[in-house]
Design a protein around this ligand. Structure first.
Ligand code: SF4
Ligand code: SF4
Length: 452
């Protein structure tokens, strides 16, 4: 019997129909569905009546179902497969992506402004909250559990998918560790100990009020852990950040530590190709991210000035400015848009267009760092995989074709461009700063006899 040789290699099945699942994958999907069904049942009232069974069904269904579904990745060749992406209703802004986008943005709106509507669902997290924090759950404990679960589950997926690249395995373990320990377990234990809820993996200006006068005053009077946090926050923002970025580029934070980056690299990985690669998007990115940075620097300066002068200089304005920043940037941009738009604009919308921490790291990376991506232009076949899967919208191929180093402020050093390159053209390196900007490699056309 004649068979189509392309059937044996899924990476060439550009025209195959989408959505064929094996039995194990179907069971996995059903498990995920049952998990979310339990959450929906809880939301409509049952959460208050039977929190423990519903919590157990939710966790088992979502985590167990996902792990079964991930058999899909272990059964395939390691790395990214291009098959079917442009036919997928989920991965190419189809109906599923829009529905997911509406659900995610809707969830954030309820979380920030109408948490009472989720009261029954929050109750199923009471047992976990009592265990960790010795108090009932609130919407933030529920949100933190969702967030951490997403990073853990999708972190496993990333490890399976990129199992052939040690850099990706270590990086995935790193982001899941920092999210689980520093952004979930330690803050919960601090609450249990009646200490302030502190997040040791977020620093100013991302944690925008970390060094505001009101917080400094609260923490300095709250005991030794609060005082330690102030030193930690100042040391990380003003000492460790420039030093680590000089040596390693912004990847040490954006792709290894930060919770926002952690979610993008794990839960957002299926959507990384949706980033806009146009020059217009690059221009908008530069204006937006640096405007947010200027806003938070000016705001922090104003608040300290008014703290010292007892509100003599624009006192009312600075407090209104602080409230507006918290609402527009801290809630709407980083949460509602930053995560809600994953299925439509890719996973790094916040990191690319809004995060002031990324702006600071980017400036240091571009002008004062040893980090660069080197390109072996002679090997490039212009397939475009690298540009397609760059979540920061960098047209990597443009540099690769010219043999030019990539020294871009926005590059988070995720390494996926290198991982998907079939020719080994791209290499993430830290080296001497002198020759980072090597420019395009120009060929002397006369010396090789090229006719115009
Ligand atoms: S250029 Fe490469 S390493 Fe940098 S963000 Fe894009 S895919 Fe990641
Ligand atoms: S650098 Fe690699 S992935 Fe990018 S276009 Fe060239 S061959 Fe393709």
């Amino acid at each position: 019997m004649l068979t189509n040789p392309l059937d044996s290699n899924p990476s060439f099945q550009l025209t195959a129909s989408y959505g064929q699942f094996s039995k194990v994958e179907t069971v996995g999907l059903a498990g995920i569905g049952v998990g979310f069904l339990a959450l929906a049942v809880a939301l409509f009232g049952a959460g208050t009546i039977a929190p423990i069974p519903l919590f157990a069904i939710f966790i088992t269904g979502v985590a167990g179902g996902s792990l079964l579904f991930f058999k899909r990745y272990s059964a395939r060749p390691a790395g990214i497969q291009n098959d079917n992406i442009f036919f997928s209703p989920n991965l190419w802004r189809g109906a599923v992506a829009w529905i997911l986008g509406v659900i995610l943005t809707g969830f954030y709106v309820l979380l920030y402004w109408f948490p009472g509507t989720m009261e029954h669902a929050i109750r199923i997290f009471d047992p976990l909250s009592w265990t960790l924090r010795d108090r009932p759950a609130d919407q933030w404990l529920m949100y933190g559990t969702f967030y951490t679960l997403a990073v853990l589950i999708m972190g496993v997926r990333a490890i399976i998918k990129y199992r052939h690249i040690p850099y990706q395995i270590v990086r995935s373990v790193s982001v899941t560790f920092f999210q689980l320990v520093l952004a979930f377990i330690i803050p919960a234990i601090l609450i249990r100990l009646n200490e302030p809820e502190l997040y040791f993996s977020y620093f100013w200006p991302l944690d925008f009020d970390a060094i505001w006068p009101s917080k400094v005053s609260d923490l300095s009077s709250s005991g030794s852990i609060g005082t330690f946090f102030l030193f930690w926050a100042a040391a990380l923002s003003f000492v460790a950040t420039p030093i680590l970025t000089y040596f390693f580029g912004k990847r040490w934070y954006c792709s290894w530590v930060c919770g926002c980056g952690g979610l993008a690299e794990t839960a957002g990985d299926p959507y990384r190709h949706l980033s806009d690669k146009s020059l217009k998007a690059w221009k908008i990115e530069r204006w937006m991210i640096h405007s947010v940075l200027v806003a938070i620097v000016v705001l922090t300066g104003l608040l300290w000035t008014n703290s010292v002068t007892e509100g003599a200089i624009l006192g009312d304005f600075s407090s209104a400015f602080a409230r507006t920043y918290g609402f527009a940037i801290g809630a709407v941009f980083s949460g509602v848009i930053g995560v809600g738009f994953y299925p439509l604009m890719g996973a790094r919308v916040w990191c690319r267009f809004g995060c002031p921490m990324a702006a600071v790291l980017g400036i240091i990376q571009k002008y004062f760092s040893r980090f660069r991506i080197t390109t072996n232009g002679g090997q490039c076949i212009s397939c475009g995989n690298c540009s397609t899967y760059c979540e920061m919208g960098i047209d990597v191929r443009w540099y690769a074709q010219r043999g030019q180093n990539i020294v871009r402020a926005s590059c988070v050093g995720c390494g996926i461009c290198s991982a998907v390159c079939p020719r080994g053209v791209l290499k993430l390196e830290n080296g001497p700063t002198d020759d980072r900007y090597n420019g395009p490699i120009l060929i002397d056309r006369d010396s090789i006899g090229v006719l115009d």
